[in-house]
Design a protein around this ligand. Structure first.
Ligand SMILES: Nc1ncnc2c1ncn2[C@@H]1O[C@H](COP(=O)(O)OP(=O)(O)OP(=O)(O)O)[C@@H](O)[C@H]1O
Length: 258
């Protein structure tokens, strides 16, 4: 299912957070990169209809979010894992996701099976009977992912899903996201390139509310290599070069765009 932003702007009061963003992506895993404060959460919040653009248009599978009927139709297709979410510690894992499926409007008789499917997809099927309070940080995060998948959405939005995870948990989360992206549209935000370079073939880069790059990973790699050292040294990870080259990259891409 395709997602399209057309000339979208948003401000918090008088403070601009997104300016004239035009960006489209479809099936597979798309990365949204940018430093803290770049506008990633704002862009994702607009996509999941928590915020409304001040100008421009967003469409999910052809449903324009400017109309209430379009927002209703889009919400059925959207699953969201926010950066921060709370869980009821005494609830069991399965019941947590079953409840989320019900909140999303699934018929009561289908919610238990939907929870089982979502937990399997998130890679924590074996924890269905566990109490939430007994889960590790990585397991909690995958429970959040299962909750986002409870109503089997076509578009899955993950806001910094690997923040605070140790390397092993990060890897398991990455594997689940890759599998989920095999037959859905997934967008994942991060301020680090490390996960994105393993997961995404398409990338958008936000800086100070503007989309300064949209393209495939190879194009980004080339732009970073040029900005960083002027050479293409494959022995250094793209992530570490991205960190070093970020300011130069922004200046070059802005220069190129202007
Ligand atoms: N509720 C709010 N009220 C006022 N300003 C806000 C609010 N939320 C975000 N901002 C500002 O809007 C800009 C974009 O913030 P946003 O959270 O979208 O960025 P981000 O890229 O997701 O950053 P982070 O990685 O730190 O979450 C920042 O300058 C931020 O300070």
């Amino acid at each position: 299912m395709d997602v399209a932003f057309t000339d979208v702007s948003f401000s918090y009061g008088r403070k601009p957070a997104l300016a004239n963003v035009t960006w489209e992506f479809g099936a597979g895993v798309t990365g949204l990169l940018g430093p803290n404060g770049a506008g990633k959460t704002t862009l994702l919040s607009l996509l999941v209809t928590l915020l409304r653009p001040h100008s421009g248009r967003i469409a999910v599978g052809g449903n324009g979010l400017e109309h209430s009927s379009g927002r209703r139709a889009a919400r059925r297709e959207l699953g969201f894992l926010p950066q921060r979410f709370s869980l009821a510690p005494e609830m069991r894992v399965h019941d947590t996701v079953e409840y989320t499926a019900w909140v999303h409007g699934l018929p009561g008789a289908e919610c238990s099976a939907a929870a089982e499917r979502a937990l399997r997809e998130a890679g924590i099927g074996e924890l269905a009977r566990a109490r939430v309070r007994t889960l590790s940080g990585g397991q909690r995060q995958r429970l959040g992912l299962a909750a986002a998948l409870a109503h089997n959405p076509s578009v899955v939005i993950l806001d910094e899903p690997t923040v605070g995870l140790d390397p092993g948990q990060r890897l398991r989360m990455r594997e689940r996201i890759a599998a989920i992206g095999a037959d859905r549209t997934v967008v994942i935000s991060s301020h680090l390139l490390e996960d994105i370079e393993h997961l995404c073939h398409r990338v958008g880069v936000l800086a100070e509310g503007r989309l300064i790059f949209a393209g495939d990973l190879q194009e980004l790699n080339d732009a970073i290599a040029d900005a960083d050292t002027g050479s293409h040294d494959d022995s250094v990870t793209l992530g570490s070069r991205f960190e070093r080259a970020y300011d130069v990259l922004i200046a070059r891409l802005e220069g190129g765009a202007g």
